[in-house]
Design a protein around this ligand. Sequence first.
Ligand code: NAP
Ligand code: GFB
Length: 316
Amino acid sequence: MASKVILVTGGTGLVGKAIEKVAKEEARSDEKWVFVSSKDANLESEADTLALFEKHKPTHVIHLAAMVGGLFRNLAYNLDFFRSNMKINDNVLYSCYKYKVEKCVSCLSTCIFPDKTTYPIDETMIHNGPPHDSNFGYSYAKRMIDVMNKGYNIQHNCKFTSVIPTNVFGPYDNFNLEEGHVIPGLINKVYCSKKENKPFVIWGTGSPRRQFIYSLDLARLFMWVLREYDEISPIILSVGEEDEVSIKEAAEMVVEAHEFKGEVVLDTSKSDGQFKKTANNGKLRKYLPDFQFTPIKQAIKETVDWFIENYDTARK
Ligand code: NAP
Ligand code: GFB
C-alpha cells in the first residue's frame, strides 16, 4: 500500500508527460503517482477540484495545470490567462489545504519577473515591478501563487512552495503555431517547409534571447524539489546564464536537426516580445552543483525526432 499519493495536475501536458516518464524511471514502492487533465476535473471549478481531491486524497501535489501559451497567445488573451489561472490556482491550493496535503509544488515562470530590472534576475525579484506587457495576465496570476503560498504557510503552516522554470520544450509540447511556444513552433514550421518545399519563416528579428530547459531535465529537477527542497520561497529551475541563446540560434539548431536545406527568412512584422529575461540559477547550483543539463542541440534533435515520429498525434 503506497504511503504517498502524488497528484500531478496538468499531468497530460509537456511538463506532466516528462514527469510521468521520470517518475516511472525513479519509481519508489511507497509512492503512487496520479496524472490528471481537464477531463478528470475542470480545476476552474471549486466543486470539481474538491471532488478530485476527495477521490484521490493526495498526500503530495505537483501543480502544473494552467492556461499556457507562447507570446502570441498571451498577446491575444491576457484577461483570459489571468482569470483562468487565478481560479485554477486558488482552487488547487485551497483543496491542498482542506485535504491536508503535506507538500504542494506549483509552477511559476521566468517570464513573470519585472520587465524593467537588473540582470541576472533571481528569486528575490519576483514582485519588484510590473511584468512585460505581452503577458501581464499570466504573470500576475502566477505571482499570486507565491503570495498564496506565503499566506497558507503563515496562517495554516502549510508547506506549499513553487518552482520557476525558464522556457521549456520537449516531446508532448504544444506545436500549434498560434498557441505554442517558440521551439515547438519552429519545429512544426520547418517540418512543413521541408514537406511543402517552402521558405522557413522565423517570426520577429530573431535577436531576443532565451534560456531553454529540456522537459526531461526539468522533470528530474521536479523530483528533487518534491522530495528534498524544503523552502516555501520559489527556486529558479533553469540552465545557466552562459547557456542563453538567441531565437535565431535556436532556429538554426532546429534547421540542422531537420536537415532542412531550404530558404530561411525573418518576418520582422511579427512581435519580438520580451528581449531577454536572463535568470540566475545560483540558488539551484548551491543545492545541486553537479546537475547535468542536456545540451540544447541534443535536446532539440530528440524533440524533432519525436515530432516526426508522432506527427499524426502531436498537438499542433
Ligand atoms: P501544457 O502542455 O499546455 O499542459 C497544460 C496542462 O494543464 C494540461 O494537462 C491541461 O489539461 C491542464 N489544464 C489546463 N487547463 C485546465 C483546467 N481548467 N482544469 C484542469 N486541467 C487543466 O502546459 P505545460 O507547458 O506542460 O506547462 C505546465 C506548467 O509549467 C504550467 O503551470 C506552466 O505555466 C508552467 N511553465 C511552462 C513553461 C513552458 O515553456 N511550457 C515555462 C514555464 C512554466 P488538458 O490538456 O485536458 O486541457
Ligand atoms: O516561446 P515564445 O512564444 O514566448 O517566444 P516568450 C517568443 C519569441 O520567439 C519572440 C520568436 O521573439 C518571437 O518573435 N519567434 C520566432 C516565435 N518564431 C516563432 C514562432 O514560430 N512561434 C513563437 N511562439 N515565437 C512566453 C510567455 O514568452 O514565455 C509565456 O509569453 C510563457 O507566458 C513562456 O511564460 C515561457 O518566451 O516570449
